[in-house]
Design a protein around this ligand. Structure first.
Ligand code: HEC
Length: 109
C-alpha cells in the first residue's frame, strides 16, 4: 500500500518534470542577438509602438521568413517596404530562420 502511494507520487513527479521541460523552450526562448535591430520598430516583444508598423509577435514562422525574403529580394514594395528592404538586406538565411522562430514563439497579446 505504502509502496503504491510512493510509486504514484514518483510517477506524478516525473510527469510534472517532463511537462516542465517540454514547456521550457517556448517560455524561456532567448532572443537572437539580431532581435535588437528589430526592437526599435517592432518593440522588444514584437508588439510595435507605432500605429503604422506591424506587430510581428505570434505571427506564423513561415510567413515571417517569407516576408523577410521578399523584402530582401525587393519583391515587396511600397514606401514602408523600403525600410524593411534595408534591414532584411543585412540578414543571412540562418538569421531569418532564428528571427522567424523567435517572433513566432512570442505571444500576440
Ligand atoms: C526602422 C524600422 C524597422 C526595423 C528596424 C525593422 N522593421 Fe520590420 N517592418 C517595418 C515596417 C515599417 C514594416 C511594414 C512594411 C510594409 O509596409 O511592407 C515592417 C514589416 C515587417 C514584417 C512583415 C510583417 C507583415 O505582417 O507582413 C516583418 C516579418 C518584419 N518587419 C520583421 C522585422 C525583423 C525580424 C526585423 C529585425 C531584423 C525588423 N523587421 C526590423 C519597420 C522596421
Amino acid at each position: 500500500m505504502q509502496d503504491a502511494i510512493f510509486k504514484s507520487r514518483t510517477i506524478a513527479g516525473a510527469v510534472a518534470m517532463i511537462v516542465g521541460l517540454a514547456a521550457a523552450p517556448a517560455a524561456f526562448a532567448s532572443p537572437p542577438a539580431l532581435a535588437g535591430l528589430c526592437a526599435s520598430c517592432h518593440g522588444t516583444n514584437g508588439i510595435s509602438p507605432y500605429p503604422t508598423y506591424p506587430n510581428i509577435a505570434g505571427q506564423k514562422e513561415g510567413y515571417i521568413a517569407y516576408a523577410l525574403r521578399q523584402y530582401q529580394t525587393h519583391q515587396r514594395l511600397g514606401s514602408q517596404a523600403s525600410i524593411m528592404a534595408a534591414v532584411a538586406g543585412q540578414l543571412s538565411a540562418d538569421d531569418i530562420k532564428a528571427l522567424a522562430t523567435y517572433y513566432a514563439s512570442l505571444s500576440a497579446q
